[in-house]
Design a binder for this molecule. Structure first.
Ligand code: UD1
Length: 377
């Protein structure tokens, strides 16, 4: 069945959501069956450099609705999103609510929609770290259970959902919308490199991001990691744009004097960060999305976590898990910098820039999205 005159409401809230929604909205704008798109920004992230710069870099339309929920405990933030989102849904009554990723805004909006009987499409469904101490794992499992259509980025996502009893008709393996954005904007980001290089005065460097509570909310853990980064910075400059959560902790614990090779920056916009990623000798991160972007860019990546919900980046990509312990971090970095980590990465299936059109086809009842069984094994 093909639907026409559809109203779609998209939700974004936090930094990693913006690059996922942008290609979906662009693909829907080309689809005549979709009459109206509404963009809701919950305001989970609100700083200029955590939110607004992404709208510019990604050429995202301004949000139609801004909920302005801001920061808080998990319960406060989730509850504030739910309370503010419900009247918006009642007013617009869309055919579908599209949520992406695994942040608190994702779960909060999926829950409100499901209770109002409005269908939920979850993009980046099925990823599992099997680590229930991660807030994102709770968000992922619950959002998937509430969703009517689930779009997976890699075969493990499809397998996890099937194992959890989600009917296969609901699951569509479409690939990775974040890679759609990367493919589109990589040429623009490359143009920024000469300017960045001149500003930083660097040719070779390691790029770092860290913000997971498990790494930065524990005083000793953060100290271990910073000491490891300090050791690495003794050999090669380390560029470290600080997430506000990480900056806050470093200030609170007075971890402010850092070795000279460790360059602490404000969070960067999408294009500047992409420009730095593609030229980095190595990336050290605890982000989910950066593991995937590094895989596409074939840049060696050390992920400071005991697990990953994106196993394809370990199987096919340049990613390696590393313990957040000074010696382990330094040893892994040395091994990569000496050339042992530069395996030839392969690109996962459908990480080629066309995931969003597949999502749109599936949503409007087209046949372009391949059946799950054909591609998941
Ligand atoms: C959130 C997501 C995480 C994602 C990350 C990307 C959840 C549970 N976590 O984590 O999955 O990887 O975003 O960045 O949804 N802050 C600011 N300015 C902002 C936003 C946050 O200063 O614009 C500070 C506040 O002090 C806030 C803290 O950062 O308390 C954490 O923000 P929050 O949205 O709670 O979680 P993140 O750590 O950003």
């Amino acid at each position: 069945m093909t639907l026409t005159d559809m109203n779609i409401l998209h939700v974004v809230g936090a930094r990693p959501n913006f690059m996922k929604i942008a290609p979906i909205m662009a693909a829907m704008a080309q689809q005549p069956a979709i009459r109206k798109q509404i963009l809701v920004h919950t305001g989970q992230h609100y700083d200029e450099n955590m939110s607004r710069v992404f709208f510019e870099d990604l050429q995202l339309p301004q949000p139609d609705v801004y909920l302005g929920v801001g920061s808080g405990s998990h319960a406060q933030q989730t509850a504030r999103v739910m309370m503010a989102f419900e009247p918006v849904l009642l007013e617009h009554n869309p055919d579908w609510v599209v949520v992406v990723g695994d942040v608190n805004s994702t779960l909060a909006c999926a829950l409100v929609a499901a209770k109002l009987g409005i269908r939920v499409a979850h993009v980046e469904a099925g990823l599992r770290s099997f680590d229930w101490t991660m807030p994102e794992e709770i968000n992922r499992v619950l959002t998937d259970r509430l969703s009517d259509m689930l779009f997976t980025t890699e075969p493990s996502g499809t397998e996890n959902l099937r194992r959890e009893g989600i009917p296969k008709e609901k699951i569509h393996f479409v690939g990775n919308v974040m890679i759609d954005t990367l493919v589109r904007l990589l040429p623009v980001a490359k143009e920024r490199w000469p300017h960045l290089q001149a500003a930083l005065g660097l040719e070779r460097y390691v790029l770092v991001t860290l913000h997971r509570p498990a790494n930065v909310d524990d005083r000793c853990q953060l100290r271990e990691i910073l000491d490891g980064l300090g050791d690495i910075a003794g050999h090669i400059p380390v560029i470290f744009p600080l997430h506000p959560r990480t900056r806050e902790r470093m200030h609170a614990w007075q971890y402010v004097s850092t070795p000279s090779g460790l360059l602490l920056l404000e969070p960067l916009g999408y294009l500047d960060f992409l420009a730095l990623m593609q030229r980095a000798e190595m990336i050290i991160t605890d982000s989910g999305g950066i593991q995937e972007e590094a895989t596409y860019l074939q840049v060696p990546c050390l992920t400071v976590r005991p697990n990953t919900e994106r196993p394809i980046t370990l199987e096919m990509g340049t990613n390696r898990l590393v313990e957040g312990e000074r010696g382990a971090l330094v040893a892994a970095a040395r091994s990569v910098l000496e050339g042992h980590g530069r395996g030839q990465a392969q690109l996962p299936v459908y990480w080629e820039g066309q995931a969003a059109p597949r999502i749109v086809s599936a949503l409007v009842g087209g046949t372009d999205a391949p059946p799950v069984e054909a591609v998941s094994r």
